[in-house]
Design a protein around this ligand. Structure first.
Ligand code: IMP
Ligand code: MG
Length: 181
């Protein structure tokens, strides 16, 4: 039976369980581990949404690595309409580094399209992207995802780091907006 959660004015129902998320992330972690062993990659998690995914993904990779976070989103409500304003948090040089960007979800692709372009201009050795979720039907800007958790329908989701107006980030499972709720 589906569990229901209320966040402000909206009702959400369970969609992807924590067990399934953990299994998928372990697989992605092992892929990254095999590719980056000995290369000391720098993981860059995109705040706030990717804080839990980043924490779990880096622990699934048993390799020497560094971890940083940036904040760039200007997303509000359930529509990905806002533009990216500024990038906060990336004080270190990424020149000559292997970079793995960690994002919670690629929706329109606007955020990552912008941020990956920005990173590639700083002369890193390589840039790859891990995203827990992708809404293929919502994609408007080209984004290559190297490590993808799940493809999902174009419906708003919360939980496991993702929020609706600030709520729901601490939910263990991922919940989907309930239609006609
Ligand atoms: P994009 O720039 O349209 O790809 O949107 C990216 C950002 O919007 C993500 O990093 C999320 O923080 C947020 N976002 C997009 N879709 C959802 C959703 O279904 N739930 C929660 N946040 C979302
Ligand atoms: Mg995000």
């Amino acid at each position: 039976m589906k569990k229901l959660i209320k966040a402000n004015d909206l009702i959400f129902e369970t969609f992807i369980g924590s067990q399934q998320i953990a299994e998928r992330i372990n697989l992605l972690g092992k892929q990254i581990e095999a590719k980056y062993r000995g290369k000391k990659p720098l993981f860059i998690g995109v705040l706030n949404g990717a804080f839990i995914f980043t924490a779990d993904l880096v622990r699934a990779c048993e390799i020497e690595c560094e971890i940083a976070f940036v904040r760039l989103s200007s997303y509000q409500g359930t529509q990905s309409a806002g533009k990216i304003k500024t990038i906060y948090g990336l004080e270190m040089s990424i020149e000559g580094r292997h970079i793995i960007v960690v994002e919670d979800i690629v929706d329109s692709g606007r955020t990552l399209n912008y941020f990956l372009d920005f990173l590639k201009k700083q002369k890193p050795l390589s840039v790859e992207l891990a995203s827990l979720l992708l809404k293929p039907d919502a994609l408007k800007f080209p984004v290559d995802i190297d490590y993808l958790g799940f493809e999902i329908p174009d419906k708003f989701v919360i939980g496991y780091g993702l929020d609706y107006d600030g709520l729901g980030r601490n939910l263990e499972d991922i919940y989907q907006l309930k239609e006609n709720g």
